[in-house]
Design a protein. Structure first.
Length: 165
């Protein structure tokens, strides 16, 4: 079971982790400051496995991967949004954070809703209503990268020559 943290449209990287924290890449430090201005309670209240559900253009702003690192290090297992800024999406996959786009309306998913999430099925189920929300499926390759913990751990586990053959 996971708890939902709901955000609206255009959550930019400075809302996720203000630029003044970009002096470090220490994931623990970044996790302690994640959403410190937008949702000050987030870092101390988020639980491992929780998910973020958001509107359009999640992760817009800078190309720094600090934002994706901070979210993952805080314990968030997935970000599900109507759409993502492309660079945030790529950074998230690179560090092993599941990011899934949802074509279905998600306006009825609220802060604190409890859900069961499945990366493999690309869906989550709201426990209070048993309603299932289906996301756009991630290609199997990207699922493998995320399960490995990111692109670097994935490449360490695999012979690169077999991937490009």
């Amino acid at each position: 079971m996971a708890r939902v943290w709901r955000f609206e449209d255009d959550v930019n990287t400075d809302l996720i982790i203000p630029a003044r924290y970009n002096q470090t890449t220490d994931s623990r430090e970044l996790a302690q400051a994640v959403f410190c201005e937008a949702r000050p309670e987030f870092a101390s209240a988020v639980q491992p496995g929780d998910i973020i559900v958001a509107g359009e253009n999640f992760g817009c702003g800078s190309s720094r991967e600090h934002a994706a690192i901070a979210i993952k290090a805080a314990g968030v297992s997935a970000v599900i949004a109507k759409s993502f800024a492309r660079i945030f999406h790529r950074n998230a996959v690179n560090i092993g954070l599941a990011v899934l786009e949802c074509a279905e309306p998600i306006d009825h998913i609220f802060d604190g809703d409890e859900v069961e999430f499945s990366l493999e099925r690309g869906e989550f189920r709201k426990l209070s209503t048993s309603e299932v929300v289906v996301t756009l499926p991630l290609p199997e390759f990207l699922q493998k990268v995320i399960r490995a913990g990111g692109i670097v751990p994935f490449l360490r586990e695999h012979d690169v020559s077999e991937l490009i053959a």
